[in-house]
Design a protein around this ligand. Structure first.
Ligand code: SF4
Ligand code: SF4
Length: 284
């Protein structure tokens, strides 16, 4: 099982280190992502059915997305693994975006667009290498069945959340603005694949889902709230609708007009904050 974990970690790390897909597609052909973090969780981890209960019946457990992808094949949840990764933004992208006040930096917009293409290519790469070994696997967010839904408690949500998979897989905890704070910080994107393969789960070095956020540990902080140009982050958390309106009505048209592609990135609350590039320490 450990050798499978090492093999998967190597596949992911090697892809990000050497694939031409890892590019901002700018004149300098800079890379979009730094070295990834990789974590694993069991398909029968009780957090997955808990999310379904909490978010809504449309939310997939690992077993459900595998059954939908491979109908008629019986797969015990305990024999499934969620392979999750975190792709940290580069220092140049973080620094550019941290200097912005109202609109995302060009590098950030590029990473959200072309870097996300790379993230998808990585997911397809992992699935195809597993398939070459005869192992059934699916990237839930690339499934044709993946869709946005309306959750009674949380507003719009989808049937699979990369950040939730990363949280279960020991990679980080949620901040006030809903971003996942990882060892490499909150300025990142993540991805995942569910596979019919038993891999030792990554220990979760936390006991609560908000553990790494200074706001919830009595330090107040609120730096991410101060960074949001539309007040979508408050002491009550992240107003997803307000955020989405800004992404679709302001950030995307701005990127289209200035750079020639509609990028839905913003990330102002992910940069210029103490949790940008690591787990913040009290007093940061
Ligand atoms: S900026 Fe502060 S309050 Fe916001 S997520 Fe990071 S640690 Fe938490
Ligand atoms: S992504 Fe942008 S609009 Fe959305 S909460 Fe963060 S700073 Fe605000």
């Amino acid at each position: 099982m450990r050798s499978d974990a090492s093999w998967l970690e190597n596949i992911i790390t090697e892809f990000i280190a050497s694939s031409p897909e890892n590019s901002l597609r700018n004149e300098e052909n800079e890379r979009a992502w730094d070295q990834p973090l990789v974590g694993f969780s069991r398909g029968d981890d009780p957090l997955y059915p808990f999310f379904k209960e909490d978010i809504g019946p449309f939310y997939w457990t690992p077993e459900e997305i595998m059954s939908l992808t491979f109908p008629g094949v019986a797969l015990a949840p305990g024999r499934l693994t969620v392979i999750s990764w975190v792709l940290p933004h580069t220092a140049a992208t973080r620094s550019d975006n941290a200097a912005q006040k109202d609109l995302p930096a060009e590098r950030w917009s590029r990473a959200r667009n072309f870097g996300e293409d790379c993230n998808h290519a990585l997911a397809r790469h992992v699935v195809s290498l597993l398939a070459a070994r005869g192992i059934m696997a699916v990237a839930p967010t690339l499934s044709p069945l993946w869709a946005w839904q309306e959750a009674e408690k949380y507003g719009f949500a989808s049937n699979w959340s990369e950040r939730h998979a990363a949280y279960v897989s020991g990679l980080g905890t949620f901040g006030l603005c809903d971003g996942l704070i990882t060892r490499r910080g909150k300025a990142m994107r993540c991805g995942s694949v569910v596979a019919a393969l038993a891999v030792e789960p990554t220990p979760r070095p936390y006991t609560s889902c908000r553990q790494y956020c200074l706001f919830y540990s009595g330090e107040k902080c609120r730096k991410c709230a101060a960074r949001c140009p539309v007040g979508a982050v408050t002491d009550d958390g992240h107003d997803k609708e307000k955020c989405r309106r800004y992404l679709f009505e302001t950030a995307a048209p701005n990127a289209e007009a200035r750079y020639g592609f509609a990028s839905y990135g913003c990330g102002l609350c992910q940069t210029g904050v103490p949790c940008e590039a690591g787990i913040p320490a009290p007093g940061d």
